[in-house]
Design a binder for this molecule. Structure first.
Ligand code: SIN
Ligand code: FE2
Length: 217
């Protein structure tokens, strides 16, 4: 009887957790888009391969990156910027596929931000040991739009602080399928990712991918 009652529920029960004012963690939000999402990412990465970029200070990042959308976030010795052309291939970034755009729009809406319409999806790849230091996302012109961040693969510890670098970050475990959204009063909060622990994810293997959707204009 009990087994029958639960047979129709999705594998992952969605739930939400407030991280701060304007910031919410939508657990398991990718739901049934999982297979489509992963197949689409494979195509993007075939056209615009992951690469480890250099910071303006000359350090090579531990996270490898690529993008899709009408521009991509890049960093090199000259600084950070959004570039309509992939400097590695000399071609425009792959367009943002509808499955990605729609997931980002739905997540923004669920978090209370309607009409998101992101132009850029930055794709971060973490292998064990890779990390992202505390930073603000502030290379965009429009801070009225939120950031939508999708996690796939190995779990990570996401650090979410405040408006000052010195604000003590709270730690949230992001797992495969989770979507974090921050905007409004927390749009410019410092955030980062602790060094990824070793592991082998059943769907994604020994890595974590993060998709960060942004409206830049
Ligand atoms: C980022 O802030 O660009 C990445 C966040 C994440 O990997 O979860
Ligand atoms: Fe960020």
């Amino acid at each position: 009887m009990t087994a029958d009652l639960f047979a129709c529920l999705p594998k992952v029960r969605a739930s939400r957790e407030q991280m701060a004012e304007g910031a919410v963690l939508l657990r398991g939000f990718i739901g049934e888009s999982e297979a489509d999402l992963i197949a689409t990412l494979r195509e993007i990465v075939a056209a615009a391969p992951f690469r480890r970029m250099f910071t303006p200070g000359g350090h090579q990042m531990s996270v490898s990156m690529t993008n899709c959308g009408s521009a991509g976030w890049v960093t090199d010795r000259s600084g950070y910027r959004y570039d309509p052309v992939d400097p590695e291939t000399g071609k425009p970034w792959p367009a943002m596929p509808p499955v990605l755009r729609e997931l980002a729009d739905r997540a923004a809406e669920a978090a209370g931000f309607s009409g998101f319409a992101p132009e850029v999806c930055l794709i971060n790849r973490y292998v064990p040991g890779a990390k992202m230091s505390l930073h603000q996302d502030k290379d965009e012109l429009d801070f009225g739009a939120p950031i939508v961040s999708v996690s796939l693969g190995l779990p990570a510890i996401f650090m979410f602080g405040g408006l000052k670098r010195s604000d003590k970050p709270r730690r949230f475990r992001l797992e495969h399928g989770d979507v974090a959204v921050w905007g409004g009063p927390s749009r410019l909060f410092y955030h980062g990712v602790a060094p990824l622990a070793e592991g082998d994810h059943p769907v994604m293997g020994p890595q974590r991918l993060n998709l960060t959707f942004r409206k830049i204009r």
